[in-house]
Design a protein around this ligand. Structure first.
Ligand code: AMP
Length: 249
């Protein structure tokens, strides 16, 4: 069984995001970029499934500008077998990503597609669900545990009431939660080895996908600055301020 893992290049989670002065988006020039954190969990889980003998090949796919190849190389350094880069310029919305991934699935025939539960840049949480609908495959979203049982997988996912366990018939789409595992670091020798692993690049023309945007981004703004807090010297003073100034009690 092949596993396809979708890895997105995003602004690193430690970076203080800055909005561009013209409000057209956030600064990505000279900013540290990394693999979307839950996608690291997806790569890690794919590696563990392969190590347990239930998968034969892991393909890491990323869609976006040419620098996405760095993100694919990270997945290869963690242990993925080969990479696929789909060259697209500019912002690409989840529907377009799902359409492209569908084409890749049709080409590669994986038994399992692993994605992150959400990209930390757009916070959309849509791609996996859309892909599952387009392929008419079973899906488990926000998954924190995957267990194989025969031709199926059992996935545990967090819902409002607690933990839900679903039995999914393969092939399936799973979106991974940060609780799923602890992603491994790529060692230096593996980073060197990853440079020699196959990484193919495809264009939208090769895939014949229409990614005309359906959403128009009007403006990006910084959130309003928070006001400085004040220190009170006693509980009495706090109560008095809550009553007379904030008027919340
Ligand atoms: P989203 O629906 O945008 O929150 O993204 C959910 C997941 O879809 C991400 O965690 C990735 O696994 C995958 N994904 C989204 N955009 C891309 C992309 N441009 N390239 C590769 N994978 C992506």
């Amino acid at each position: 069984m092949k596993i396809l893992v979708a890895v997105k290049r995003v602004v690193d989670y430690n970076v203080q995001v800055r909005v561009k002065p013209d409000g057209t988006g956030v600064e990505t020039e000279n900013v540290k970029m990394s693999m979307n954190p839950p996608d690291e969990n997806a790569v890690e889980e794919a590696l563990r499934i392969k190590e347990s003998g239930k998968a034969t090949e892991i393909i890491a796919v990323s869609i976006g500008e040419s620098k996405c190849q760095e993100t694919i190389r990270t997945a290869l350094a963690m242990g993925a077998d080969r990479g696929l880069h789909i060259e697209v310029e500019g912002i690409i919305e989840p529907l377009a990503v799902a359409k492209i991934l569908k084409k890749i699935v049709e080409k590669e025939n994986p038994g399992l597609v692993l994605l992150g539960k959400q990209a930390i840049d757009d916070d959309c949480n849509q791609t996996g669900q859309m892909l599952s609908a387009m392929l008419a495959w079973s899906q488990g979203a926000f998954v924190s545990k995957i267990e194989f049982s025969g031709e199926n997988i059992q996935v545990t996912r967090e819902v409002d009431e607690g933990l839900e366990i679903l039995d999914l018939k393969l092939p399936s789409i799973v979106t991974c939660d940060l609780r799923l595992n602890e992603p491994r670091y790529a060692s230096l020798p593996n980073i060197m080895k990853a440079k020699k692993k196959p990484l193919d690049s495809l264009s939208l023309k090769d895939l014949n996908v229409d990614i005309t945007p359906r959403i128009q981004q009007i403006k990006v703004e910084e959130p309003p600055k928070r006001q400085k807090g004040i220190m009170v010297s006693s509980v009495e003073e706090l109560l008095q301020k809550l009553k007379n100034e904030a008027k919340v009690i």
